[in-house]
Design a protein around this ligand. Sequence first.
Ligand SMILES: [Zn+2]
Length: 158
Amino acid sequence: MMIEIERLWQALNDVPDPELPVVSLVELGIVRDVQVTAGKIVVTITPTFSGCPAHYAMQDAICDRLRQVTDAAIEIMTTYSPPWSSDWITDTAREKLRAFGIAPAPRHGGNVMLLEAVTCPNCGSANTVLRNPFGPTPCRMIYTCNDCRQPFEAFKPL
Ligand SMILES: [Zn+2]
């Protein structure tokens, strides 16, 4: 039986992130690879953090979605090498996050120290200040905008 990789990617692109359902695991760059080996589907994922509490929810969601398009055996492998990078978030996902009120981390090309200011998703101002490095999940932080005075969440640059 032929398994079309493209179809698997399309199915996976429907799987929302358990913590941020506005974007998919593919758009966040968490799904790294899909291969078919000896009739078995092997999906490689890199969660945003090791010990990410949503890890098992992600695996279940991936399996449930793939079972809708294939009967083949599914194996999910987790790798932290290389570690997940916020640079992997696609442009589409960045727009969705911004529309949802979460500032996507600026692309840093591996040099987190050279980060530009985090831009307010409400008004676009770069005049923002970090309030709390511990947001609702380990991947997010709380900022406040000095211009529109709105607090907002930002993805940690990783
Ligand atoms: Zn603002």
